[in-house]
Each structure stands twice: as C-alpha cells, then as structure tokens.
Design a protein around this ligand. Structure first.
Ligand code: NAP
Length: 542
C-alpha cells in the first residue's frame, strides 16, 4: 500500500472518531458526497424522516469504487491467513468501538428493539471472528498435492498442486431485515473478505446511517491494518440504477444479495447479460414448510402451536426462515392446533415493520391470500399503517395443489395451513413446493417411518431440515446451511450463513510442475505439518 493511500485511509478513520453521520459514501478510504439526488432514512415507528440527507452515488463513483477494488484484489488476497484474520478481528473491534451510537441509530432506522439489535451486533462480531478462526485453521484453501510419477507408464504424471483463491471484487447488497448481521459487515462481507475478495457494498436505503457507521468502522480497520483503501467501499442511494450499474461493472466478479425475489432475479439477469457473466448468490424467497406429523399432532398439538406462534411473530415475521406454511392431515388434531395457534396469535399486537414498503407489501399479501375463494381466514389482527399484525389462513391440499399463487412468500407474520386427506397427499404437497431455505418436521417416534419416506423429497427441496424445533434463529457455525434451491436462493449449491459461505467466493487454481519458489506457500513442500493438505488423495497435516 502506498503512503498516500495509507494517509487517505487514516484521514477517513480520524473523521469518524466522533461517530457523526455525514450522509456520505465511502470510496477509496474517504467520505465522499454522492453526486446524485438526495434521500433520507425514515423512522418506521414515528414515520418521520431522520437527518442527515444522503446522496445517490453516480455511475462515475460506482466505477471508481470498482476500479479501486480491482487494484486492491492482488495485495489483499496475497495476505497471510494470519493477516487477514487479524483484519477481520479489527473490523469486529471497530464495530464494538462504535458503542451505543450504533444501536440507537439502528433502532431509529429499523423499528427493531434494542435487545434484538444488541444480539445482532453480537452475531455480527461473532461471525467475523468465526471467519478469522477459519482462516487460521487453514483448510479453507483446500490444498491438494498429487506427487509427480515420472516412471509411470505409458505416460508419466506431472506434479499437480491445487488451492482455492478469491474470485475478485464482490458486490454485496445489504439486507433490510438484518441491519447489522446481514448488512455492511454481515455474513456476505465477512465471507468475501475471508476469501480475499474486496467488497463494494450497496447500502440498503432503509438504514443508511447504520450503514455509514459500520462502513466507517471497516474503513478504520482497513487503515489500521495497512491495507489498500480499495478493499472496501460503501455506496449510498436508492433505486435500481446503482445496484444494476454495480453488478454490470467489469471489475465485479461475484454478487451477494439478500432481499426480494424480484430484486434478486433482476440482478441475476444483469449478471448473466454481461460480456463476462458472473455468479450471483441471491437469497430471496422462502415459505419454510412446517410439517405436523400425525402422532406429534395428536400428542402435543397445542404445545407445538404455542411455539409455532412465537416463531411466526418473532421480529414481526420479518425473517427469511419464517414458518409461512403448515402442512398436516385434516382432522380434530389439526383443528385443535389451528385453534390454539389462533388464540396465541390473537395475543400478539401488530408490530412496526422495517419499512413502509414492507408493511404495505405485507398487508396487500394478506389481503390477496384471504381473497382466494378456497382460502378461509382462521384469524387476522388489525394491521395499521406501517404495522403488521399476525394472520392465519387455512385451505385444502387440493386447492393448494391447483393454485401456484398460494406458494407466494408473504414477508411478515402470516401463515397458511394446508389440510391434507392423508400421508400421500402430504407427500404430494411437499413434492409440489418450490425450493425452500428450511423444512421443519414436528414428529414423535411413531412418525419415524412416514418421515423416512418424506426425507428424500425434502432433501431435493430445501437447504436445512429440522426436527422438533422452529426454523427462525439460524446458528452461525460450520455445519449450518442457509440456502436452498431456487427461489430460496439463486444457487442451491451454497450457504450464505456459516463458514461454508466462503466457498461462494472461491475458485480452484492448479499449478503443474511449478518450481517450489514459485508456488504459493500453502503448496510448498516446506509447508508440510503447517497446513491441512490432501496429499496423493489422503487428507493430512503430516
Ligand atoms: P429489495 O427490494 O429486494 O431490496 C434489496 C436491495 O436490492 C436494495 O438495496 C434495493 O435497492 C436493491 N434492489 C431491489 N430491486 C432491485 C432491482 N430490480 N435492481 C437493482 N437493485 C435492486 O428487498 P427489501 O427492500 O429488503 O424488501 C422488499 C421485499 O423483499 C420484502 O417485502 C420481502 O418480500 C422481501 N425480502 C425477503 C427477504 C428474505 O430473506 N426472504 C429479506 C428481505 C426482504 P434500494 O435500496 O433502492 O431499495
């Protein structure tokens, strides 16, 4: 990194010392005013604009951020595991150093309560540290060595060595529903950084002040670690032009996105239409089927109903793993479950939703579902302006199978119960579903064989199958999968939560017969004993 670049980054760090939100974008380690029109955040509880004004970045500013990211890629990916781990930990420390100012601003911009946001900050910091641990452990590089076999007949085998490298600069779209853990320094950013990829971040227009604070924390960490300023940029603005311009930029090599199906598919189309197409990892829409197996329903339907209602209404239902579809066999057990769930939901007041747009989309989705001839309303609270009240509906399996629109995601605390005439119809419903993030099975031991028959269908449909729990509350860990076939995500081979998320931003490179001095350290003979490697097929740390 040049001295000039270092000074620039340090200036940005100093400017942020008092946690002032200036309404600026962060490009090249400095705060810059977007060259376009202005917009403001809105407090969704008060329905009032919050100071200051932010400005839309221009195409030229997007281009500048992308070119700087491109220039930062080689030095950033050349860092040792230890240096990149230290950077992630510095980002975490800088976020914590923002103190209460971060929580207060996030509360104002999202309507989410303090306890939720403090928990989310803990998760954000925790996942940065998890990726730091992953880097130090080292197996992420998937190093492989196939020793040369010069005597092999009829053709000798060359010396072959493989490792993973980062894809290049990643465009990350912050999610509205996790202003910290899936926003500026959230899972997409942490996993891209871990992979050695610079990040150009499109801030969500619902929480620009929160984004600026966290963005400044990252800029400080970049400077403190002596990294090129292009490792991170924060772009401000609303509307489709900024995101589409970012994805179309030739320096961008992959995309991480969490949001609507329409937004995700629009960005997939932009990425596919580029002269050089790039992968898009979009997490979009999921109704998370919740299976009530017969024995479990009979033995503890009311108890399950209470937990279900709590999961459905947590965070005003604004979780991608919200259980929006209940599947069970018709009968008194299901009636009792529906009554108990309705009673529990009736006790939950309408809650402030993240944005006026999300609240309006929720209310319209509930209205549309209730208007279906074949759908009966079990209960529905009153959703005032900007708020979402719980709602529960019921329909028959025959109706569900014949109307695809009943599978549409309603983002908020609404669920549809589908009553089946038997276990075969329950399986047929599972078979008819689009790709999902999760499937939950409430089961007793007596349900085991029916669940065994259902599992192959669910494995094809979802990313995570869980038994006797509730799908909200996603653990950030090594074995977690937060993904699933389309439209849950744009690429069902990946997870956006947990250490597996790094794989989205890596690709393999093979080195054939390269001299030891030219090989990356992890593949040199001298690294034996210091790194996990697959040598001649066997995984070893020698
Ligand atoms: P969104 O509208 O998809 O926006 C997400 C981000 O993508 C924002 O930065 C947005 O820009 C940008 N964007 C949206 N459409 C675009 C397009 N066609 N081209 C380029 N950029 C685009 O999501 P949202 O604002 O978070 O919420 C809207 C709806 O998304 C919700 O009602 C819900 O249905 C769904 N949602 C689902 C999940 C989930 O996990 N399943 C999570 C959040 C939201 P702006 O900043 O200008 O808006």
């Amino acid at each position: 990194m040049s001295n000039a670049a270092s000074n620039v980054a340090n200036n940005a760090a100093d400017n942020a010392a008092d946690n002032t939100i200036t309404g600026d974008a962060l490009i090249g380690g400095v705060a810059v005013k977007g060259a376009g029109g202005s917009f403001q955040a809105t407090d969704p509880a008060l329905r009032a604009a919050i100071e200051p004004a932010f400005h839309m970045v221009s195409a030229a500013q997007i281009g500048q951020a992308c070119r700087l990211a491109e220039a930062a890629f080689d030095p950033f990916r050349a860092l040792s595991n230890e240096a990149r781990a230290a950077f992630l930990e510095t980002v975490a420390a800088q976020i914590l150093a923002l103190g209460d100012a971060l929580i207060v601003r996030a509360m104002a911009e999202s309507g989410l309560p303090r306890a939720r946001l403090e928990g989310e900050r803990g998760r954000t910091v925790g996942q940065l540290k998890l990726f730091a641990d992953l880097l130090r452990e080292g197996s992420w590089a998937d190093a492989r060595i196939d020793s040369a076999l010069p005597e092999r007949a009829p053709v000798p085998r060359p010396d072959l060595r493989l490792r993973m490298i980062g894809l290049g600069p990643v465009a990350v779209f912050a999610a509205s529903n996790f202003p910290l853990a899936f926003s500026v320094a959230g899972g997409d950013t942490a996993s891209a950084f871990a992979a050695g990829c610079p990040v150009v971040l499109k801030a969500h227009s619902a929480h620009p002040g929160t984004s600026e604070l966290v963005g400044r924390a990252i800029v400080k960490a970049v400077a403190q670690c002596g990294l090129p300023a292009g490792v991170f940029a924060l772009l401000t603005g609303t509307g489709n032009g900024i995101g589409q311009g970012l994805v179309a930029h030739p320096a961008i090599k992959a995309v991480g996105f969490t949001g609507s199906r329409s937004g995700g598919t629009a960005l997939m189309a932009v990425a596919a239409a580029r002269p050089v197409p790039i992968p898009v990892y979009a997490e979009m829409s999921s109704i998370n089927p919740f299976f009530l197996m017969p024995a479990a329903l009979a033995s503890r339907g009311a108890q399950i109903a209470a937990g279900f209602a709590a999961s459905l209404t947590m965070g005003v239902g604004q979780f991608c793993t919200n259980p929006g579809l209940v599947l069970a066999i018709d009968g008194p057990g299901l009636d009792a479950f529906a009554d108990a769930a309705a009673a529990a939901l009736a006790k939950v007041d309408a809650g402030t939703m993240l944005t006026a747009g999300i609240a309006a989309a929720y209310q319209s989705g509930v209205h549309k579902l209730g208007a279906h001839e074949t759908v009966r309303q079990v209960m529905a609270g009153v959703s005032a302006d900007g708020k979402g009240a719980p709602a529960l509906f019921r329909t028959s399996a025959a109706a569900f199978l014949s109307q695809h629109a009943l599978q549409d995601e309603i983002f908020g605390p609404a669920a549809l119960i589908v009553a089946c005439d038997g276990i075969e119809q329950l399986r047929a419903i599972a078979e008819s579903l689009e790709g999902q993030l999760t499937a939950t099975i409430q089961m007793d031991e007596a349900d085991t064989e029916q669940v065994r028959a259902l599992l192959p269908v669910l494995e094809r449909k979802v990313g995570r199958i869980l038994a006797n729990g509730f799908p909200t509350g996603v653990e950030v860990s090594t074995a977690m999968v937060h993904g699933g076939p389309f439209p849950a995500t744009s690429d069902g081979r990946s997870s956006s939560v947990g250490t597996a998320a790094i794989q989205r931003f890596l690709r393999p490179v093979c080195y054939q017969n390269l001299a030891q001095t030219l090989l990356p350290p992890v593949l040199q003979d001298s690294a034996a004993g210091q790194a996990w490697r697959r040598r001649d097929g066997a995984l070893t740390r020698e």
